[in-house]
Write a new protein. Structure first.
Lengths: 287, 235
């Protein structure tokens, strides 16, 4: 039993760190542009397909990951800006509905052109790691390290880089940022692309674990929304920490509970968390 | 330097600026005065491009600002220090100053920060503090220091002395004075006798969306004269 718990705790890190990539993007989109993006899960799906496709061409997983992530960043950024630009000054509900529409369209397009079947790829690294009593696939460790590494980089980028500072300024007071010369449209574009790219990267990272099919994003987006709501909308670090927590609850919980009961427990935990430390729907980017 | 012709601005269904025309020459400090709600702030925001519905012509430094986004107006040397919600509350004092510096000076932000700290040493002490935790007066100093540090050609300042204790009004007046002596052009909205008398070369009175009078600082011998002019509005 202790071995199983350790194993599931490690798996929880894998689930959590990839979930964090999706959720951090979701949190940033809300914090900066006040967009609730229902298509974030489908960018995860697109990331899986993009890496699968790039892999079949290049045969190099690292290269495929980079190509896939950049492709989703460009595609997602373009799609979101096409949707959001005309609606930005109008009711936020319109953008929410528009991204929901985009999500359905993306899933249907994927089904029609890529097929409803599951695309699988082998593990790019087959080595195993011995951690105490268990033998653990090295690729899983790589997924966790990459997820954590990217999020840490993102945190420092938000904190110290030019676009990081601009992005927080725009989130806190857009007119004042513009009056100081911050190129707001460019900051928006970068944010849209980075947030899409984060989801795409997560989709690519998890491709060898879960494979990819047109509705793979649906499970991800639900958990990501739980994370973002519990961690505080717009809260980057909160999204990362809660993601790991959710990953652990789901993984370790699966040892003791049926999946449907586990969902109930998760939602109950979120409600408790919201009641205990409710900070309202801040639309600021918090570090 | 700044030439405003027949400027109109609308806020919802109200017509807040109703055909304002004036100009500010290089090196001048010009004031807009008037009661609350007569359209002074809307005039400044319209010039900065922050009002969404405006009509009329604004020329700055020889070219029209028509259709330019606020950030490109800033890039051309137009600065703006608003009265309220001027600082980024969840960013440090230093980050607040760096936002603009990153645009204009790229990596050479040190000089920009030093200029701001030289004007208001208290900001240097508090540089790692979140701007939202500063007192109201310190936030005003931060906003002004940030505006000046960017070295715009023309700085628009909305109510810099509003709600400040006299010692701080003096500090802010001196900061603006030394900037104008160094060649900055200023368009200020304020009602402080001391600040206007020391700083301005010309003053416009504004009422209900239009300019109703043009004055010299010498026209006001006492604070009461000034207050009477501001409050009387349209004759």
């Amino acid at each position: 039993m202790p071995e199983q718990i350790l194993l599931q705790a490690l798996n929880g890190l894998v689930v959590g760190s990839s979930l964090a990539l999706v959720a951090a993007g979701l949190a940033l989109l809300f914090g900066v542009l006040h967009i609730i993006n229902f298509a974030q899960g489908d960018f995860f799906m697109l990331g899986g397909y993009a890496v699968w496709f790039a892999l079949s061409v290049t045969q190099n997983y690292l290269l495929a990951m980079v190509v896939g992530t950049v492709l989703v960043a460009i595609l997602g950024g373009a799609l979101l800006s096409a949707i959001c630009w005309p609606l930005l000054q109008k009711s936020p509900v319109l953008i929410l509905l528009a991204t929901l529409g985009a999500s359905l369209i993306l899933q249907q397009v994927a089904t029609n052109y890529l097929g409803g079947d599951t695309k699988m790829v082998p593990f790019p690294v087959t080595a195993n790691l011995t951690i105490g009593p268990i033998v653990y696939p090295f690729y899983y460790v790589l997924v966790v390290a990459t997820g954590m590494g990217v999020l840490t980089l993102g945190y420092f980028a938000l904190r110290y880089t030019r676009y990081g500072i601009w992005l927080r300024a725009v989130a806190q007071n857009r007119p004042m940022a513009a009056a100081l010369g911050v190129p707001v449209p460019r900051v928006y574009l970068v944010t849209l692309a980075v947030c899409s790219g984060l989801a795409g990267m997560a989709g690519g990272l998890l491709l060898p674990l879960y494979s990819v099919y047109p509705t793979v994003g649906n499970d991800v987006i639900l958990n990501a929304f739980i994370v973002v709501v519990a961690g505080g909308l717009g809260n980057f670090r909160g999204a990362a920490i809660i993601s790991l927590l959710v990953g652990e609850v789901l993984s370790i919980g699966s040892l003791f509970l049926m999946p449907n009961v586990l969902k109930v427990v998760l939602f109950a935990l979120v409600i408790v968390l919201l009641v205990v430390r409710s900070r309202g729907t801040h639309s600021l980017v918090r570090l | 330097m700044l030439d405003v012709q027949d400027l109109h601005a609308y806020y919802g269904s109200s017509h807040v600026v109703q055909g304002v025309s004036f100009s500010v020459e290089r090196g001048e400090a010009v004031a807009l005065m008037g009661r609350n709600g007569v359209g002074k702030t809307s005039t400044l925001k319209s010039i900065m491009g922050l009002e969404t519905r405006t009509l009329g012509s604004v020329r700055f430094d020889g070219s029209s600002l028509f259709g330019a986004a606020p950030h490109s107006r800033a890039a051309r040397g137009l600065g703006y220090v608003p009265e309220e919600r001027a600082v980024f509350p969840e960013m440090t004092v230093e980050e607040n100053i760096r936002i603009g510096a990153l645009v204009q000076f790229g990596s050479d932000q040190r000089a920009c920060l030093d200029r701001a700290y030289a004007l208001f040493p208290i900001l240097k002490e508090r540089r790692q503090q979140m701007a939202g935790t500063l007192s109201g007066g310190q936030q005003k100093m931060l906003a002004l220091a940030r505006g000046l540090a960017l070295q715009p050609k023309l700085l628009m300042v909305d109510e810099p002395s509003e709600g400040l204790m006299p010692a701080n009004v003096e500090l802010i007046t001196n900061a603006l004075l030394s900037a104008t002596q160094a060649g900055l052009t200023v368009l200020v909205v304020d009602s402080s006798f001391d600040l206007l008398r020391q700083l301005c070369t010309r003053l416009y009175a504004m009422d209900r969306g239009v300019l109703v009078g043009s004055y010299q600082p010498a026209d006001f011998a006492t604070p009461d004269d000034l207050a009477a002019t501001i409050l009387s509005g349209r004759a």
